[in-house]
Structures are given as C-alpha cells and as structure tokens.
Design a binder for this molecule. Structure first.
Ligand SMILES: Cc1ncc(COP(=O)(O)O)c(C=O)c1O
Length: 493
C-alpha cells in the first residue's frame, strides 16, 4: 500500500462560505480525479489531517464519508482509508465543444438544474448521518442482518420469473399487504388494485403530475412546505400557488381566495412539513368540499405519520373523502430506510389505469426482490415491531433534544414538542437572528441545522432552525448542541 506523503495538500479558504468539510472533500476528490493521488494510496488518519489543517476531526470524517459514499475511497476499519482503483480516463473532462447544447436546450436544462437546486435545501445527498439533519431515520438501529437474510432468501428462491420485468403497479402480494396496512392503521379506503408501488413518495408525486396536470394548471402548495414537490410541479409547467399554513394546517379559505380553480392541492395533513401542524377536521372537510365542488384533486402526502407520539396514528384525509378526489401517498423511506426507494400511491379506482400507464412510461416497475422481501418483512410482523421500537426510541431522543435545548440553548432557542415525525422547530429567541448564517456556521463544524427560511415561499416567518432528532445518538447530543450554541452565539463564552 502507498502511504500519502504527509502533509496531504488540501487547499482551504477560511473566508469561503463553502463548509470546510466540502472544501476538504473537493480538494481530495480533484486530486484523485487528476491522478495526483494514486490508486491504493492510504489517506492520512482523520485525526492527523484534522490536526494538520486545524479543523475538527468531525469535519475530516464528514469529508471522508462523502468521498467513500461517492466511491472515491474505501475505508477498511482500523487499516484506514484508501484511494479506489478508478478508470481515470473516464473521469477526464469531456470535450466541451461536442457536448455543448444549443441555447434553447440549454435554457431547458438550466431551468431544471435551478429547480432541483432550490428543492434540495442544504446539501445532504449521499453523506453519512450528521447531527440534527432532518428527515433521516436511525439507520444504525435498522435490523440490517434480518433484512439481508430475507432479501437473499428471495434471490435464492426466485430463479425464473422474478428476474423478469414484473407487473406494472408492483408485486401484487405487497400491494395487498400495503392495502391491509393502510386500511387498519390510517383508515384509508382501498383495495390492492388501487395501490401503485413506486420508487419512493417522490416518484408517486411524479406519476400524479403526469396523470392529473397539464402545463399551466394551478397547484396549491403549503407555505412553508416540501420544496421537492413544488419543484416537481414546476418542472411539469404547473403554476404553483403558495398557500400559508397555521396551527390548523393549510388555510383552505386562503387557497380559495388565491386560486379557486386550481387543479390540485398538495398537502401533508397528518404532519405538516416542516411546521408540524395536524390539519383539523374542519379544514379537512373544507378542503374535500372545495375539491369535489370544483373538480380539483388532493394529493395527500403521509410521509412520516407512523411516528406519532401523542396517541395512535391519525385517520387519513383519503378516508374522509366520499367523492374520490384524493390520491394518497406513503413511503418506506422513514419507516425502513431511504435507499430502499419504495413508496406507494393509493389512487381512486377511476384513475388506476392512468397511473399504471404513467408508471409503464416512467420506470415500468419497482425492483421486485426488494418488494418481495418487504412483503415478508411486513407479514412476519418485523415491520410493525421495528416501527414500534423506533417510535419509542424517537420519543426518548426528542425528549433528550428538548431537555438539551432548554439546558444548553437557554435564552437562545425555544422549541415545543413535536406531536409526530422526526424533527422539532427551534425558534430563535432573537427576532433579528440570521438563521441561514447560523446554519452555515454549524455546518462548517459538522452539525446540520436547516433554516426554516429554506422552505418558506411567500409568507415570511420568524427565524428558526429545523432540528432532526431521530438519527442523533444520545451520546453525541451534548457535543452537537455545544456546536449549535457556538454557531448561534459565537461571541458568548
Ligand atoms: C414531505 C415529504 N414527503 C415525502 C418524503 C419522502 O420522499 P421519498 O419517499 O421519495 O424518500 C419526504 C422526505 O424527506 C418529505 O419530507
């Protein structure tokens, strides 16, 4: 093995807004791509590089984890991290002249890049867990061995037909298991043939857009709200109408005043993202009444309601709908793990064929072995056991976070308990605080506290940080809170 000749040259710009871990990552990545760091070279230990660069060890660990997640290096436990053996010719910059787009194509591509960037919020794709990152379950507590056993059992048993394309709509026994599950836990009215298995909630939203929207159609979205959904609507040429939310959820009368003839309303009634309200019955009925009267559709995103701490999961909006105007979306990204890429849309019978047709054009079918293993995981009771365990664990992690906030961030942040989900909203006590700048400072030190402003559209809100608690191990909480405290009050002791 080659040893990197210390010191490894890493260019750091301490005045840059780019977090240190991203700078270290980019510098090493570029050295690998340019061949300056040869295959099988051992990188310095994170502790050593952190000392050489005068940054925290977490910062270097984050950079190494990102490099590993993207395949530039491999970590071999105590032996250290090594540069992968990569086909460098294929990483060489492409011939620009050949790949240049003409101006109209370039405009289309640029618009898509801009929409995706807006939707992404703080950068977090691929990287390993970071304290307080939102939307991330406790991946270390997932029963990975059990899952691997179920999965490999399917692949061993299933020579032949499961290796083919499979049916559009998904693996029928899993569709039936999901229908049973949502009927009993969420009072959703459905049969298995209304369940369309998708690659996560995200693909379910795409299919709904394909089936329900034409360019120029108006769509209500919650403000603040889930920006990925907004970007998907915009990428299809829809006109997005931000509708404010309050403690009762989406303000339906506001939507009706702004865009009475909207074609679609996108809502998360069980647990509004990101403020956390549960939509009241009066608002639910008003929304359904508007949809049925005006011929609009409602897209109900039920992304994390399994984790409800005050009583059992709530009945869905879909279950109240007598006019078949609701498309209900669920995901296994939070209850299982995001990389599984399995979710579902439950569609009115009249739309089932159109959804299947849209899916046939997009990706034909979700991966079959994952679906078969998931069906067994559900039917054998592992799924409900895991969700029950995580609910208890997240409840105690939330308690630890709230106690930590009142102890470590007293006078700086106040937060109320979240009734559901995996994050709390930490309101900054100083009304003039710059949440985005605080978030950048925290990120440079390895903590991700996303500013609420990243998800607001038209209605301004007081400064706040979104703090995920599900993936934060209790013993890392005090150090993470100390970093947050320094980011909020850098001059305080
Ligand atoms: C509001 C909302 N809906 C849906 C999802 C889940 O998306 P997916 O199933 O595509 O992972 C998320 C994930 O963060 C979310 O925040």
């Amino acid at each position: 093995m080659r040893q990197s000749k210390p010191p490894l040259h890493v260019a750091l710009d301490r005045r840059s807004r780019v977090p240190m871990n991203r700078q270290i990552y980019a510098s090493i990545r570029d050295a690998i791509r340019a061949g300056r760091l040869a295959a099988r070279t051992r990188l310095p230990a994170s502790r050593v590089l952190a000392r050489d660069l005068s940054v925290s060890r977490t910062t270097v660990v984050l950079a190494y984890e990102q490099l590993e997640a993207e395949g530039y290096i491999t970590g071999r436990r105590s032996a250290g991290s090594f540069v992968e053996d990569l086909p460098l010719e294929s990483l060489a910059p492409r011939n620009r002249a050949r790949s240049a787009l003409d101006p109209s194509q370039e405009q289309v591509a640029r618009r898509l890049v801009a929409l995706a960037r807006q939707a992404a919020g703080p950068p977090h794709v691929h990287a390993a867990p970071v304290p307080f990152r939102i939307g991330e379950p406790a991946l270390d507590l997932f029963p990975a061995r059990l899952w691997a056993r179920l999965y490999s059992k399917q692949t061993r048993r299933s020579a032949g037909s499961p290796l083919g394309y499979g049916g559009v709509g998904g693996y029928l026994p899993l569709r039936a298991a999901i229908a049973d599950y949502v009927r009993s836990t969420r009072a959703v009215n459905t049969s298995a043939d209304q369940v369309i298995i998708t690659r996560g909630a995200q693909q379910a939203i795409h299919l709904a857009v394909r089936v329900l929207l034409a360019p120029g159609d108006r769509v209500w979205v919650e403000d603040p709200g889930y920006l990925t959904a907004r970007a998907i609507f915009q990428s299809a040429g829809a006109a997005v109408v931000p509708v404010p939310v309050d403690a009762e959820g989406l303000i339906v009368s506001d939507g009706m005043a702004r865009a009475p003839r909207a074609r679609l309303a996108y809502v998360a009634p069980s647990h509004q993202f990101p403020l956390g309200a549960t939509m009241t019955l009066a608002r639910r009925l008003a929304l359904l009444e508007w949809a049925s009267r005006s011929g609009a559709w409602v897209l109900e995103d039920d992304y994390d309601s399994e984790f409800r701490y005050a009583g059992p999961p709530l009945a869905s909006l879909q279950g109240l709908d007598t006019a078949e105007r609701v498309v209900y979306i669920g995901t296994f990204s939070k209850t299982m793990f995001p990389a599984l890429r399995l979710g579902y849309a439950i569609v009115p019978s009249a739309l089932a064929d159109a959804f299947l047709a849209a899916q046939a054009l997009v990706d034909h079918v979700a991966p079959t072995f994952e679906q078969m293993a998931l069906r067994e995981f559900i039917e054998d009771g592992h799924f409900s056991r895991h969700v029950r365990r995580m609910r208890a664990e997240y409840a105690s992690r939330q308690e630890a976070l709230l106690a930590g906030i009142s102890r470590e961030l007293e006078g700086l942040v106040h937060a109320a308990p979240a009734e559901a989900g995996m994050h709390v909203v930490g309101w900054l006590s100083s009304r003039g605080a710059d949440a985005a700048a605080i978030s950048n400072r925290a990120r440079a030190d390895g903590v991700e506290a996303a500013p609420l402003s990243a998800w607001t559209m038209a209605a301004p809100r007081p400064p706040a940080l979104l703090l995920g608690f599900a993936a934060v191990r209790p013993r890392t909480m005090p150090a993470a809170l100390a970093i947050l405290r320094r980011a909020i009050a850098p001059r305080a002791r």
